[in-house]
Design a protein around this ligand. Structure first.
Ligand SMILES: Nc1ncnc2c1ncn2[C@@H]1O[C@H](COP(=O)(O)OP(=O)(O)OP(=O)(O)O)[C@@H](O)[C@H]1O
Length: 257
């Protein structure tokens, strides 16, 4: 299969967004957003509620269209080369999307079928991914019987079954306890380091950002920062990421005082 991962001898970013703007009706919610995620890179998309994170993901996955700008996945344009682009994306949505009454294996088999895999191939790929998240012994368990953290891990396994190079996670830790949240963050970092999967992790929770992470701050549809945590705090002259975040997104509130 020809692949766009290498372009003119150079590695192509897993995700490239250029000058993306979008409005619901006349309400603009993304304003000239440009962002690139390299292969195997972990990037936190940090923004308060309503910043535009879910909308950005909806445009990458083409749940929404009608926008200005360009989006490429592994070099493929999501509009003009939609099939190639979408074969390279895995998504874990904010709202869980597993069928609770089916077993783990059945949920994954369904995903395999949607991606055109034969039963045997789907089974092998599902098993490999379930082993990766430590849930291969639960494959016959009904999803309803799993904990919230286990369900999220099943969704990650499902999202990776078709071998995407970019995994989008939209506030994946909602409703999880602290230990499960930490475990999920660790798991996502391992995916990048060990499998070369690029991860874009959307959250409004500062404690999900680890030292050294690249943080992209989105607020009211605009990118306000895109740098490593240490560079961001140094640039703003503050000690912690929390203070940096308050400075960046709390400006209107501060101005109101
Ligand atoms: N279908 C829609 N129609 C109109 N406005 C919408 C629609 N979906 C979202 N919005 C608005 O667009 C803005 C961005 O919402 P979005 O859900 O993308 O933000 P978010 O950063 O994902 O927030 P959250 O963390 O709460 O999920 C918000 O002001 C929201 O009210």
């Amino acid at each position: 299969m020809s692949d766009a991962n290498v372009r003119h001898g150079e590695a192509v970013p897993a995700l490239e967004i250029r000058q993306l703007s979008f409005a619901y009706g006349d309400r603009r919610v993304l304003d000239d957003v440009s962002l690139s995620v390299e292969a195997g890179e972990f990037v936190v998309l940090l923004g308060p509620n309503g910043a535009g994170k879910t909308t950005l993901f909806s445009l990458i996955t083409r749940l929404h269209d009608r926008r200005q700008g360009e989006i490429r996945i592994g070099g493929y344009d999501v509009r003009r080369q939609a099939v190639q682009a979408h074969a390279r994306i895995g998504v874990v949505f904010q709202q869980p999307t597993l069928d609770l009454d089916l077993s783990v294996a059945q949920n994954l088999a369904y995903h395999g079928a949607l991606h055109g895999m034969g039963r045997r191939e789907a089974k092998a790929r599902a098993l490999a991914q379930l082993e990766r998240v430590g849930l291969d012994d639960q494959r016959r368990t009904r999803v309803r019987r799993l904990s919230g953290g286990q369900r999220r891990r099943v969704e990650i396994a499902r999202g990776l079954m078709h071998g995407p190079r970019l995994l989008l996670l939209d506030e994946p830790t909602v409703g999880l306890d602290i230990a499960s949240r930490r475990e999920l963050v660790e798991h996502a970092h391992r995916l990048c380091a060990e499998e070369g999967v690029a991860v874009l992790w959307a959250t409004h929770l500062i404690d999900e950002v680890r030292p050294g992470d690249r943080v992209v701050v989105l607020h009211r549809g605009k990118l306000l920062a895109d740098e490593r945590t240490e560079a961001l705090t140094a640039r703003l002259g503050v000690e912690t990421l929390g203070e940096a975040f308050d400075l960046l997104v709390g400006d209107e509130e501060a101005a109101c005082k």
